[in-house]
Design a protein around this ligand. Structure first.
Ligand SMILES: [Zn+2]
Length: 154
């Protein structure tokens, strides 16, 4: 069976940066299981997997545009430390969920802490990166009606 809309796909993957450094891998962990065709994975990965079958292995280079987007300086912002529940706990690397009136909730990470403000970055950690993937398709099956209804694999 080929990967297409409404199939549930199991893959193993390794993600490297341009220097060959491993950023993420399913090796030594559980493979990734997802419902294909609804944007569960980044666009470049779903289109590369489309039409592949169990046992296929391939490498793909994905541009930021087809990956996690370009890095946007406007997504780096200052927040008054006074706005935090406990300013003394704010530190570099801390992950936050922020809420704005226009955009609702989004994830961000603290990249700098000053005397009065913290700098937070809401870009995806992989934004702006060209992604080098090695992928192995472990299984492809039809999604159940329930999975299609829920929008995820069970
Ligand atoms: Zn469900």
């Amino acid at each position: 069976m080929k990967i297409g809309k409404n199939t549930v796909v199991t893959i193993d993957y390794t993600l490297k940066d341009a220097e060959g450094e491993i950023i993420d891998t399913s090796s030594g962990a559980d493979p990734l299981v997802y419902l294909h065709g609804i944007g569960a994975l980044i666009a470049g990965m779903e289109s590369a997997l489309d039409g592949k079958s169990k046992g296929d292995e391939f490498q793909i280079v994905i541009t930021p545009e087809q990956g996690y987007g370009e890095y946007d300086e406007e997504d780096v912002m200052e927040i008054d430390l006074a706005a935090f529940e406990d300013p003394s706990q704010v530190q570099v690397g801390m992950e936050l969920v922020l809420e704005t009136e226009d955009e609702g909730e989004f994830a961000a990470v603290v990249t700098e802490v000053g005397e009065e403000v913290a700098i937070v970055d809401r870009n995806h950690p992989l934004a702006g990166m060209t992604l080098h993937f090695e992928v192995a398709v472990r299984d492809v099956r039809k999604a159940t009606p329930e999975e299609i209804d829920h929008g995820h694999a069970h």
